[in-house]
Design a protein around this ligand. Structure first.
Ligand SMILES: Nc1ncnc2c1ncn2[C@@H]1O[C@H](COP(=O)(O)OP(=O)(O)OP(=O)(O)O)[C@@H](O)[C@H]1O
Ligand SMILES: [Mg+2]
Length: 248
């Protein structure tokens, strides 16, 4: 199967840090799959995503999207990927539609196209009637859904989401997960991070478990559960490999 994303031997140590954030991390994401990048706090998930979208440079190693280096060609990689950051990346004093127009123009899209695309996505994610409300009036779940729309205006082949369901209610989460499944059914590849292992078990074709910047294990949730002793759920597998000690 074609690799949509390939991460090879990534190493990254932030300035002044005692431990590396990434310590030789390698994994692949097959085209058309939904993959969960899982790990405790500080495992290196966001750092990996920031390298994929060209925001952070690794010390060594490579990251590529359809064979194109994220490090050497960040602009062409950004055309292929939509990235939903862990923090809400919208202007709070602008309406959702104003945000989308602004972001869409940064991608060089025409106003008519942006409006059409944003309207479709607003409708699908239940925000149409709030399109002209300022984002600072939105609830947490609405902001998360709007954050997803902002990353999809240029219709990317690959969607990378950093904790898209963190802090949202059950209804918003269900809507986001349905939407991700639907997007994946159109042949798009999805890489996402979450601390909600029950959710990852349900939605992911494959999960990649990392800890201290290293790959711990990967595979389909079903195979991992079957192959790990005394495990009935993905959470059992996760605890089996990453232990019970709290990360500071
Ligand atoms: N800008 C930075 N400067 C210094 N250290 C950083 C920086 N960003 C992250 N780190 C450190 O790098 C390590 C990996 O952090 P990262 O944010 O990638 O983890 P994560 O898996 O996304 O965690 P979380 O689940 O809490 O979001 C952590 O030890 C973190 O403290
Ligand atoms: Mg993170």
């Amino acid at each position: 199967m074609l690799h949509a994303i390939q991460i090879k031997e990534l190493k990254k140590q932030y300035h002044g840090a005692i431990e590396p954030a990434l310590d030789g991390l390698s994994f692949d994401v097959s085209e058309g799959s939904i993959v969960g990048l899982l790990g405790p706090n500080g495992a290196g998930k966001t750092t990996s995503i920031n390298i994929m979208c060209g925001l952070v440079a690794p010390d060594t190693g490579t990251a590529s999207i359809y064979g194109v280096s994220c490090i050497d060609h960040p602009a062409s990689v950004r055309e292929q990927i939509g990235v939903v950051p862990q923090q809400i990346a919208l202007f709070p004093n602008m309406t959702a539609m104003e945000n989308f127009m602004y972001i869409g123009r940064l991608y060089g899209l025409e106003d008519r196209f942006i409006k059409e695309r944003a309207s479709d996505l607003l409708e699908r994610l239940g925000l149409m009637k709030h399109a002209d409300k300022r984002v600072n009036r939105y609830s947490g779940g609405m902001k998360r859904r709007a954050n997803i729309i902002a990353s999809l205006l240029h219709d990317p082949l690959i969607l990378i989401l950093d904790e898209p369901t963190a802090g949202v209610d059950v209804q918003s989460r269900a809507m986001i997960l349905d939407f991700l499944r639907e997007y994946n059914n159109k042949g798009k590849t999805i890489l996402y991070t979450s601390h909600l292992l029950e959710e990852a078990e349900k939605i992911c074709d494959e999960v990649v478990i990392i800890d201290s910047g290293k790959l711990i294990t990967s595979g389909s949730p079903k195979t991992l559960i079957e192959n790990t002793i005394d495990c009935r759920h993905l959470e059992d597998v996760f605890l089996h490999y990453t232990g019970h000690s709290v990360r500071d």
